[in-house]
Ligand binder design. Structure first.
Ligand SMILES: [Zn+2]
Length: 72
């Protein structure tokens, strides 16, 4: 739905990283024309400094559904 502000497991602030992750993903979609693959997503997270797998799963597993749900 909406990205949680902090990681559920370790408490690291991840919401600001998610915004940058989404921007980088959009850049790849515009340049290459497809969703970033696993290696590209991994590189984006490494560049953002998201190292722990608990934080990485928060960002990777988030589904942005707020625009679809907000009309209800
Ligand atoms: Zn974490």
């Amino acid at each position: 739905m909406i990205i949680p502000i902090r990681c559920f497991s370790c408490g690291r602030v991840i919401a600001s990283d998610y915004v940058r992750f989404a921007e980088e993903s959009r850049k790849i979609i515009n340049e290459i024309g497809h969703e970033p693959n696993g290696k590209e997503k991994s590189k984006i997270l490494d560049d953002l400094g998201v190292e722990r797998y608990c934080c990485r799963r928060m960002i990777l597993s988030n589904a942005d559904l707020i625009d679809e749900v907000i009309s209800y």
